[in-house]
Design a protein around this ligand. Sequence first.
Ligand code: 16G
Ligand code: MG
Length: 550
Amino acid sequence: MALDAFPNLPALCNKHPKPPQIRFQYGTAGFRTIATVLDSVLFRVGVLAALRSKRLEGRTIGVMVTASHNPEQDNGVKLVDPRGEMLDASWETHATVLSNAGTTDEFVLELEKLVDRMGIDLSRPARVVYGRDTRPSGPSLVSALEDGLAALGAEVRDAGITTTPILHYLVRAINTLGTEESYGEDSEQGYYQKLSAAYNKLVSPRQTPPPLLVDCANGVGAIIAERFAGYLGDRLTLVLENTAIDTAGALNNACGADFVKTSQKLPPSLVGRLQPGQRGCSFDGDADRLMYFYLDERSQFHMLDGDKIAALVAAFIVDLVKTAGLESQIKVGVVQTAYANGASTKYLSERLPVRCVSTGVKHLHHAAENFNVGVYFEANGHGTVLFSPAAQETLATYEPSTPAQSTALEHLRNLNLLINQTVGDALSDMLLVEVVLAHKTYDGSDWDSLYIDLPNRLVKVVVPDRNQFKTEDAERQLVSPPGLQAKINDLVRRYEGGRSFVRPSGTEDVVRVYAEAGNKSNADELAFRVAGLVYDVAGGNPANRPKEFI
Ligand code: 16G
Ligand code: MG
């Protein structure tokens, strides 16, 4: 069968012309930009999703329309592979090429090449499930996507307004339905049931935690947390804040996980709502990132980021594995990026193997798959825990010999159900944190004192061409521009406990500089010195050199 078996394709493509002069790129988090230019991209992603499904013998592919923590006027789209993981990296290039074809003819030509090269059998069925976040631009972009899916006659399922992690869950659940690997019922209710049942087994009524304040970023998290609360009963009280999903401009605005991480303060809307001693957490706009925080008795704000979550969770799982008597069979490891605070890396390395990989979920996820139990979190709050097929088999068949072993084994089995293993999931991660806090009888400050963060500073540098910056060693060393790394090393040596690295952003047209040092003013100074070096070496216009850069 050839593409002309889909006679509506050209006319539908004509309905969604590519804006001239814009170059799209399928980046670390799919396509993401201002929503008004994305119509043609959504149509083409629909076609590509259908092709990907045909290529994989009709297994269901997911499409999520979201721009996560970005401002409300942005939107984006990403594809989800059949096991619920991110799109295979080799297809990112196909997505980029298709999105940039200038005309319908060029688009069809590129499609033909792809079908040919990949040996795609067009007579296979195509199945696609899609969802979107609460952005006002969502409905029209979804209808462009639907045109793309219709153009190739895909069987579709609309998951409606939902979170990115629920969409990933659905994809895996649909593709494993009725198999030995069944991931759960393939519906949003199935997701709630699976998580709440596991949570209720992990936390006994006498361990019920105090109420938890949840900042929903005025996004889809507000809808799902509200529905989910009904499944938790009185076993965990969620106090939902920033739930204004219909208020124009409210999404991610001065609230949410990214705001908390970057400004390191309480969202202004929560001042007076979060009480001293109480813990709270923030989701981002599509509820795949999580940040915790608390106020101490002097009402001082303390942030508990992805690194703190990794430390809490990994140490807990290691203890359970030991208590269960499974130490020799289940190896637990942690994956971080260079942004992980040095103090967290030290804390974790003393307890278990730690690997550092490049920024971006796909790198962390793949590295975590190499452990029996792989814990990965980015400092920005995105992460999860993966139980390998071998570890799941061990948990299913192991025969404990003492009551203590048996209890620990049960806990591990339930954690395997509680954790959304397809992708980071704010709701599932939040339950995971609550389970550990309840078991350890920790409040926010007990958790915080696992280790003390090294003072650090992140700085953005606008340069003429960020593509001249190339890194190696998990982004910790610059190989280009030549000579710059040696200069950075010279600077870093002058600061006690100093560490700094430079990498081009994958989502913004900037270069990022990270620095750590023994005290805050040294961390700031080191970051601004390195930023100055970067600016000058990259040929930044001296007239616009930010005055903080040293
Ligand atoms: C994207 C990535 C996130 C990463 C961030 C880095 C996914 C789903 N998301 O949001 O993991 O931390 O980009 O942004 O992979 P940057 O390259 O601009 O620093
Ligand atoms: Mg997100």
